[in-house]
Design a protein around this ligand. Structure first.
Ligand SMILES: *[C@@H]1O[C@H](CO)[C@@H](O)[C@H](O)[C@H]1NC(C)=O
Ligand SMILES: *[C@@H]1O[C@H](CO)[C@@H](O)[C@H](O)[C@H]1NC(C)=O
Ligand SMILES: *[C@@H]1O[C@H](CO)[C@@H](O)[C@H](O)[C@H]1NC(C)=O
Ligand SMILES: *[C@@H]1O[C@H](CO)[C@@H](O)[C@H](O)[C@H]1NC(C)=O
Length: 453
């Protein structure tokens, strides 16, 4: 829980016992699937004792309970099937939020029913209080009060995370993010999970907005949310480039509302004068209700309410990759993002919590390749495809580990927007026997020539 001046502001949305509840469910749920009962039970008892009696636990950047089992020894593989699709509108349809439950007979476009993922035990550090009401009230507070230094309570938890050193697992994640599933599969009808929606079909709501495809394992203990923007934009297919994705891209990955020159139409009104931009205006624009980040939070909230005890992972490609990384950062969820543009600036503007651990210990992985100008952050400047398409992709820093396939040197690929697409990436990943080493970026800073006031 947050201590100090923030307490007051958050009291309304914050329930002190939520953290305890959180511990109890995730821990006991895990022990039923893995041979870890004794360790888990021990941590559970100690954690509960500490939390209930109000004793400050000695969080010092090290795991609290030394695990007698080497993390490398505990590996677990499981099959995931698509269970639900969330569709969240944006812009004028921002209130629209629908869910479709997918039947067990559902097959992917490829004819497959399930995805096979290997995972391993890892200690992650995340906020002990992760209830959506609490997190969203923190985000609101941080945004309205500006940069504040907040002293969170962090916990170290042993959870299963995807084994990103396993090539086939990484490929399965890439396939999950790809458009491998049909748009409107058989199953139940779409049901409203947000405000009642009064128009039925035919108004474009099913093709514009943000989607979360929810995959669940056989035991309902691990859930994967795959996030994607749905409009047909420059980077996804040839076609309509004036889209929600473009607005969101320009909001998330530009220095100042895509205000490149007076010739550009801006996506927010924060530009003040030459190389000067209003910070609080930017923060408000990113967090606006009709934009992708808020839609992502709603999809997460609804998913956790369906699977309150589950261990949740997120994934996505491109803009969906960046959204997955922002969601992973918000809630401390293991995340695999493919070919994401630089998301660090957005994470900072949204005041997402960064755990007090070295960056190399994080469980947010940004998979990319050196021939993808979007991932590498070089798709900018007057001659670039992005610029010509009206995309202001100015950022290049990732808030997580970077795992980069060197396709330029290994495969003689040329830097091209076509190497951003997920299909060639999947084939490329399969042509390697191993996965790339993941490293923490050092001293990366975006938009350093701008003043944010
Ligand atoms: C939905 O629209 C119809 C007419 O188009 C209207 O009669 C009805 O009251 C609306 N329902 C809601 C919940 O707004
Ligand atoms: C998992 O959840 C589904 C509902 O989403 C339920 O039908 C099924 O029985 C559950 N399976 C297990 C093993 O709990
Ligand atoms: C689902 O999301 C909507 C916002 O779109 C929210 O109002 C609703 O409370 C959520 N439902 C659950 C069960 O979390
Ligand atoms: C992270 O880096 C530190 C040194 O800065 C090293 O001691 C530690 O083992 C690294 N952790 C991982 C997971 O690579």
């Amino acid at each position: 829980m947050i201590r100090g001046p923030v307490d007051e502001a958050l009291n309304s949305g914050c329930h002190g016992l939520a953290a305890v509840h959180d511990f109890r469910v995730t821990t006991s749920e895990r022990s039923s699937v893995m041979p870890l009962d004794i360790t888990m039970l021990l941590s559970l008892v100690l954690l509960l004792a500490g939390v209930v009696s109000g004793i400050q636990l000695p969080f010092s950047g090290k795991p609290m309970i030394p695990s007698p089992i080497s993390h490398d020894d505990v590996k677990y593989a499981t099959g995931f099937t698509l269970r639900h699709i969330f569709h969240h509108g944006t812009e004028e349809l921002a209130k629209l939020h629908m869910r479709k439950d997918v039947g067990p007979s559902y097959r992917m476009a490829s004819g497959r029913r399930s995805f096979h993922i290997s995972s391993q035990l890892k200690t992650v550090t995340r906020m002990s209080e992760r209830d959506p009401d609490f997190i969203e009230s923190y985000l609101h507070y941080a945004r309205t009060k500006g940069a504040v230094s907040i002293d969170f309570d962090w916990t170290h938890e042993d959870i299963m995370v995807p084994d990103i050193t396993d090539r086939d697992t990484l490929v399965e994640f890439a396939k999950i993010t790809a458009d491998a599933y049909v748009d409107n599969p058989e199953g139940s009808d779409w049901i409203d999970v947000g405000l009642p929606y009064n128009e039925t079909g035919g108004f474009g709501w099913d093709s514009n907005g943000l989607r979360g495809h929810v995959f669940v394992d056989e035991t309902n203990t691990t859930v994967i949310i795959a996030i994607k923007g749905t409009s047909a934009a420059l980077f996804h297919s040839d076609g309509d480039t004036v889209s929600n994705d473009k607005i969101n891209d320009n909001l998330l990955f530009s220095c100042c509302c895509a205000r490149i020159s007076y010739l550009w139409s801006t996506v927010c009104d924060c530009y003040e004068k030459s190389y000067t931009c209003k910070q609080s205006c930017l923060e408000g624009a990113l967090y606006a209700e009709d934009k992708y980040y808020r839609a992502t939070l709603d999809i997460y909230r609804n998913t956790t309410s369906l699977y309150p005890n589950a261990n949740i992972w997120v994934t996505g490609h491109s803009l969906g990759g960046a959204m997955s990384a922002l969601l992973g950062r918000t809630y401390g969820l293991p995340t695999i993002a493919f070919e994401s543009p630089g998301d660090q600036l957005a994470a900072q503007r949204l005041h997402l919590p960064f755990p007090p651990i070295p960056l190399n210990e994080t469980t947010i992985w940004h998979i990319g390749n050196t021939a993808d100008p979007i991932y590498m952050g070089v798709c900018n400047g007057p001659t670039s495809v992005c610029w010509l398409g009206g995309y202001a992709m100015e950022t290049q820093c990732h808030a997580g580990l970077e795992c980069i396939y060197d396709t330029v040197n290994d495969k003689r690929w040329h830097i091209s927007i076509s190497n951003h697409r997920i299909r060639p990436i999947i084939d490329m990943m399969l042509s390697y026997d191993t996965t790339p080493k993941c490293v923490a970026p050092t001293n990366c800073q975006d938009c350093y020539d701008w003043n944010f006031v």
